[in-house]
Design a protein around this ligand. Structure first.
Ligand code: HEM
Length: 269
């Protein structure tokens, strides 16, 4: 047992042999970069706008739909079963409620996502079919993030948008998780119980880095889309004197022009 690396970080701060520790260490720098994207910085300054939040919800809906469909389909795969917690973690229904709150009952027709979101979603679907043992990397990146910094983001969204109650922000609340910290510990121990070959473990760590990068690209695309949208709305306001379009029209027209301008995908469910 002498050679066996400690399950916890030792005093020198070295990373042990547990997947949960290795994945955290492998993605540390990507986490810093994700926190420092324009979108996340707006969040941290308490300056998130309703438009930013709405486009973010659309992308999250697409991402979680893919993730949860692939987790469900692979729920008895030995590398998925230990981290399969649909009751506690599933986000698709809460995202549907939030989208309905902001876009109305025909929200499905209004879901618009940039190309980066489509790439992220396609990657999840591909590994769900070809390498389900890599799904843990994506589940970790999103769910543990939602149970960590995500909890603060929920409060900031509520405050920035002046929302009372949980309407519009059910994405951030996990009624099936009474203590996020204890749940994260359970999740980490389940991750650590997954049996992986050395090659598979390396691939999971690499996939987690990609998962963070996919998120960064989605945030960057959304931000680009919105900066073009803001310009478009400003221009159309000054051009269309006397014509008052509704905010939702401005949002839709603006986002469509933005997607065309920055060459991104246009995707309606
Ligand atoms: C405003 C942006 C963000 C803030 C302020 C933030 C903050 C935090 C904090 C405080 C923790 C807990 C660290 C710990 O327990 O040691 C954490 C953990 C985590 N965050 Fe973030 N985060 C942000 C964005 C993100 C994003 C965009 C992602 C990925 C999509 C993400 C994924 C994670 C993950 C996976 C963990 C768990 C790390 C682990 O314990 O293994 N975070 N975050």
């Amino acid at each position: 047992m002498e050679n066996m690396k400690s399950a916890r970080k030792d005093e020198a701060g070295e990373v042990g042999s547990d997947l949960s520790e290795q994945i955290k260490a492998a993605t540390k720098e990507n986490h810093v970069r994700a926190e420092n994207t324009q979108l996340m910085l707006s969040y941290q300054k308490g300056q998130i706008t309703v438009t930013q939040y709405k486009v973010l919800l659309c992308s999250l809906y697409e991402i979680y739909t893919a993730l949860e469909e692939e987790l469900d389909r692979n729920c008895s795969h030995p590398a998925v079963a230990p981290i399969y917690f649909p009751q506690e973690l599933s986000r698709v229904e809460s995202l549907q409620r939030d989208l309905e709150f902001f876009f109305g009952s025909n929200w499905r027709k209004k879901v618009i996502v940039p190309a980066a979101t489509q790439r992220y979603e396609q990657r999840i679907r591909k590994i769900g079919k070809q390498n389900p043992e890599l799904l843990v990397a994506h589940a970790y990146t999103r769910y543990l993030g939602d149970l960590s910094g995500g909890q603060v983001l929920g409060k900031l969204t509520q405050k920035s948008l002046g929302l009372s109650g949980t309407e519009g922000i059910s994405f951030f609340s996990f009624p099936g998780v009474s203590s996020p910290n204890r749940f994260k510990q359970l999740y980490r121990s389940r991750m650590n119980s997954i049996e992986l070959t050395e090659r598979e473990r390396a691939a999971v760590l690499e996939e987690a880095v990609s998962a963070f990068e996919f998120n960064i690209q989605v945030f960057d695309d959304l931000q680009k889309m919105l900066s073009v949208t803001a310009e478009t709305v400003d221009q159309s306001r000054s051009k269309a004197a006397g014509f008052q379009s509704s905010p939702i029209m401005q949002f839709t027209v603006g986002v469509c022009v933005a997607l065309a301008t920055v060459g991104m995908g246009f995707y309606v469910l």
